[in-house]
Design a protein around this ligand. Structure first.
Ligand SMILES: [Zn+2]
Length: 323
């Protein structure tokens, strides 16, 4: 079992009740070997938040009409689309504490990066005929809300089963580029976006997942719109710029990049620079995340419930955020 480096920052004086109140313990204790370590981490983050005012920042962001994530209008629209919304609790704004599901339900209509790669399912048995109900699925590892393991773009990189529990329960921040993405489907997260984020919300913690919110989830019910398909067969949706990825690896030692689109590279990329840089640094990606407008910009912990496919280049994951 691995030892979480963050545990060294724990606050022994934090009570069990305070740690649980921080919310993260609910997720973390289910996912890591040592509930005590998980609780101390949660307590540590709660104390960090109390000190930095990040939670207050989330509250003020919700009241800030200029911030596209604050009002929850996009999120409400996603969740009102039956079958297309994130699985999770209904309604709710970003509050001081919360638990959100960032996972889309996976079905045959979920948009694939390449048409024809959609999930396929059939009913194998029914309660009526067989006494029990069961489906069979045929899925690629990169459909729906999923992980890109390092081996996905880097020969010899680690597979799904080789990612450690301590890498799958990590702090997360959300960089909002939705206003720009509404005007420009090819926009990317830039280093300047990251600097602006830090001026507003504080430094991105080491070992974090940096998640892009572009508002793209509003299109998920229409595969062509979600892919941003053009008449020449090109794709158009936002992603991370290669410079931003390099900056985060070098200066913030991130663990993961995540997006609310089909790929961590923008749709119009043909060289997949961000995939190559991220996986080349032994880090993993998260794609097709839902509900990123419903979690705090800073201060949440995500749990990445990656299916441990043997030899997996990645795989489906139930991703939850707690704060
Ligand atoms: Zn993928």
């Amino acid at each position: 079992m691995c030892i979480e480096p963050g545990a060294t920052q724990s606050h022994p004086g934090m009570s069990r009740r305070a740690a649980i109140a921080a919310g993260a313990a609910v997720i973390a204790s289910a996912a890591v070997a040592s509930p005590a370590a998980a609780e101390s981490r949660a307590g540590s983050r709660a104390a960090d938040r109390a000190g930095s005012g990040a939670a207050d920042g989330a509250a003020s962001r919700a009241a800030d009409g200029a911030d596209s994530r604050g009002g929850g209008a996009v999120g409400n629209r996603i969740e009102s689309q039956a079958g297309n919304g994130a699985v999770g609790e209904a309604g709710g704004r970003v509050g001081r504490h919360g638990l959100r599901d960032l996972t889309y339900p996976l079905g045959p209509s979920f948009p694939a990066f390449a048409p024809g790669e959609e999930a396929v399912r059939r009913t194998v048995t029914t309660v009526e005929d067989d006494g029990y109900y069961m489906q069979e699925w045929r899925v690629i590892e990169h459909i729906g809300t999923h992980v890109d393991a390092p081996v996905h773009f880097t020969a010899g990189g680690r597979t799904a089963t080789e990612l450690l529990p301590s890498e799958l329960v990590i702090p997360a921040v959300v960089v909002d580029i939705a206003r720009r993405a509404r005007r420009d489907a090819d926009t990317v997260v830039t280093v300047e976006d990251l600097r602006a984020f830090e001026r507003r919300y504080g430094r991105i913690p080491d070992g974090a997942a940096v998640l892009m919110y572009s508002g793209w989830g509003a299109k998920v019910g229409d595969a062509d719109a979600y892919r941003g398909s053009d008449s020449a067969g090109g794709l158009h949706f936002p992603g991370f710029g290669a410079e931003a990825c390099e900056w985060l690896l070098r200066h913030r030692r991130i663990r993961s990049l995540g997006v609310d689109t089909l790929s961590i590279d923008p749709g119009n990329s043909s060289t997949f620079d961000t995939h190559l840089i991220l996986t080349g640094a032994d880090r993993y990606g998260l794609e097709n995340l839902a509900g990123l407008d419903r979690i705090p910009a800073a201060g949440a912990t995500i749990f990445v419930g990656l299916v441990p496919y043997e030899g997996g280049s990645g795989g489906q994951a139930r991703v939850l955020a707690s704060w």
